[in-house]
Design a protein around this ligand. Structure first.
Ligand SMILES: C[S@@+](CC[C@H](N)C(=O)[O-])C[C@H]1O[C@@H](n2cnc3c(N)ncnc32)[C@H](O)[C@@H]1O
Length: 361
């Protein structure tokens, strides 16, 4: 079974809606690449009157609306500057209509998403619940698909790290950051297999000449998986859990059976998987450097609220609401001591990857 990893719903103070500024910054950093990529690489049949767009792993907003807007503006610009269009005087008739599909897992708070749909938008909207690791759309039906800061979420925690009788049992930890090499490898293999499945499904759904834009968190090639700063921050929650177990607040078995299904790949780990897909050509593959986060006094508090908006769903499913509050109350202190280590200065070395893939004809 796949894990349900949806972000905190609603639009309250702990919601993803109110705590997705970091992802917004990553998206903003990639917008110019997305625009240029569409301009240069999108191929649309002359008769296309409807452009179908999907945002995969859209969550509750508002970032998804801003990236859909960027895509639509880029496609309109491409139409307006095309030779066919220059010959035709009636601008509006030449422009296509846009149909946008918002995808996320079935537990995503689609009500908050739809309540926030921008007024005066230039597209029709539909929700598509389900996992992007499988098929979501009919064959060859999509012109543009987009997926940002979502593919680090694995389909599930690798089974061997949860089994007590396995040499890869991840006892006492919730990520692979402080774990043995077999544990790290199990997470890495899961990531590669999941990304393969994701690309396989998109290869079928994209129309020939259609584009898949992916924005993902990554680490530099000269680092090991445990070096990923984001993973280190998630493991701070594991440190909070270790304390809670030592104090007898949380049972050891309950803590030992919890893992976060996330892996942050390097550029070459991603490239290896993508190159093995024969239906998609690589149009762009670029590193974007993470916006520097100011290390202000309230910084760890901000990061812990952000972490809660992302992780509370899976933590609460495993531990229940009361223990979840207990764990997250301990989180800012652990994050603060991590942020103050010299190691954390390496945050500047973290990267995001922007990929633009095209369905071969
Ligand atoms: C960090 S949020 C990113 C949301 C949005 N793209 C943004 O940039 O703000 C990651 C999203 O991916 C979704 N997600 C994770 N695994 C998924 C899957 N297998 N299928 C569909 N959505 C998934 C989560 O539910 C979550 O909404």
């Amino acid at each position: 079974m796949e894990s349900s990893v949806v972000m905190n719903g609603g639009d309250g103070p702990k919601s993803y809606f109110k705590n997705s500024k970091l992802q917004e910054q990553i998206l903003d950093g990639a917008k110019v690449l997305l625009r240029n990529g569409i301009e240069e690489s999108l191929e649309i049949q002359e008769h296309s009157k409807v452009i179908s767009i999907a945002d995969l792993g859209c969550s509750t907003g508002p970032n998804t609306f801003s990236c859909v807007n960027t895509i639509i503006e880029a496609v309109k610009h491409k139409y307006k500057t095309s030779e066919d269009h220059a010959l035709n005087t009636n601008d509006d008739e030449m422009l296509p209509e846009f149909h946008v599909f918002f995808n996320d897992q079935i537990d995503n708070d689609f009500n908050t998403l739809f309540n926030a749909l921008p007024l005066g938008r230039e597209y029709t909207a539909a929700g598509v619940p389900g996992s992007f690791y499988g098929r979501l759309f009919p064959k060859s039906s999509m012109n543009l698909m987009h997926c940002s800061t979502s593919l680090h979420w694995l389909k599930r925690v690798p089974q061997e790290v949860t089994r007590r009788d396995s040499p890869s049992w991840n006892k006492g930890r919730i990520t692979y950051v402080k774990s043995s090499i077999p544990v790290v490898n199990a997470f890495r293999d899961q990531f590669s297999n999941d990304l393969k499945d994701f690309l396989k499904a998109r290869s079928v759904e994209l129309a020939p000449g259609g584009l898949l834009a992916i924005l993902m968190m990554a680490r530099p090639d000269d680092t090991l998986p445990p070096d990923a700063i984001y993973m280190q921050m998630f493991e701070c929650l594991g440190d909070a859990l270790v304390d809670a177990v030592k104090e007898g607040v949380i049972g050891e078995d309950l803590a030992d059976s919890f893992n976060i299904p996330i892996f942050i790949p390097s550029k070459s780990e991603v490239k290896e998987v993508i190159s093995s897909n024969n239906s998609l050509s690589i149009e762009m593959f670029q590193e974007i450097h993470y916006p520097k986060i100011p290390k202000t006094p309230g910084h760890s508090q901000m990061l812990s609220i952000h972490g809660r908006a992302i992780l509370e769903g899976i933590v609460s499913e495993h531990f229940g609401p009361k223990l979840t509050d207990e764990i997250f109350e301990r989180y800012p202190k652990k994050l603060k001591s991590f942020i103050e280590t010299p190691y954390c200065a390496r945050i500047d070395k973290q990267v995001n990857l922007f990929l633009l893939l095209k369905r071969r004809g």
